[in-house]
Design a protein around this ligand. Structure first.
Ligand code: DGL
Length: 262
């Protein structure tokens, strides 16, 4: 069986690529819902229906567990899929999201004031705050900012412009004396900003990027869940399925993934 990755588009490939690099032996299957992106401005019901369809596809492709790499879909669908869909249709399989692993890292870091960039839907869902509240005695505060402009800029390879927007948002707070000591890149695409932002803010701000957090957390999960790990094939197969293909996706894959790896 395989490890599946679900995303609203291509951004989740960044997360899957980082996981593949970290634990390469397994077989991986990716589902990018390019036909319906962006999810960031869709309704909760639409996001649930699209995500469920993607997860079903991945289970039909023999995935033992599916990682919902999309923050927006994790925020709006994970609990419902785990509670309503999984027990009825695939009781032996697992669905994981990307929010709890990040919140665990934030709590472990003891950062006090964490800025988060995410889609409008992720921000309005309040899921990061909810999960933080369960684990943290009000020590850490998250300020969530919707940054929808960053996704198209990053998709078009304009990392410099996206970085400038992120920098402005951070600097505004620092200039006002708001002590930012952590930054959550709460959207698949934003993970490409981790390195450029680290060059500027170095030790002052701890940057939480899912390309760094998810590989470690998934490995830990597999070590703890032998019943899943033992089901996984280790033929190093990778497959990417997109619900709609556009010619410029090849360019995108080249830019962001430094070449296709499928
Ligand atoms: N992949 C989505 C996320 O991580 C962002 C793109 C979208 O709006 O679909 O939130």
């Amino acid at each position: 069986m395989k490890i599946g990755f679900f995303d609203s588009g291509l951004g989740g490939l960044l997360i899957m690529k980082a996981v593949v690099k970290h634990i390469p032996a397994y077989d991986y299957e990716y589902y990018g819902d390019t036909k319906h992106l962006p999810y960031g401005e869709k309704t909760e019901e639409e996001i649930y229906a699209f995500t469920k369809a993607g997860v079903e596809h991945l289970f039909e492709k023999d995935c033992a567990l599916v990682v919902i790499a999309c923050n927006t879909a994790s925020a709006e669908t994970l609990r419902r899929l785990q509670d309503e869909f999984l027990p009825v249709h695939y009781p032996e399989r697992k669905i994981l999201g990307v929010i709890i692993p990040v919140v665990e890292e934030v709590v472990a870091s003891h950062c006090k004031r964490v800025l988060m960039f995410a889609t409008q839907r992720t921000v309005s869902s309040g899921k990061y705050h909810l999960e933080l509240g369960k684990r943290n005695e009000l020590e850490t505060k998250i300020e969530a900012v919707a940054t929808p402009d960053l996704v198209p800029l990053i998709e078009n390879g304009n990392i410099t412009a996206a970085n400038a927007i992120a920098q402005t948002l951070i600097d505004e707070r620092l200039e006002k004396g708001v002590g930012v000591d952590g930054l959550i890149l709460g959207c698949t695409h934003y993970t490409v900003l981790a390195e450029p932002l680290r060059k500027i803010y170095s030790t002052k701000i701890k940057i939480f990027s899912q390309t760094e957090i998810i590989p470690e957390k998934l490995q830990e999960y597999l070590e703890k869940h032998a019943e899943i790990e033992e089901e996984l094939d280790t033929d190093m197969k990778r497959n990417v399925f997109l619900t709609e293909h556009r010619e410029d996706y090849d360019q995108y894959l080249q830019t962001l993934l430094e070449g296709r790896f499928i």
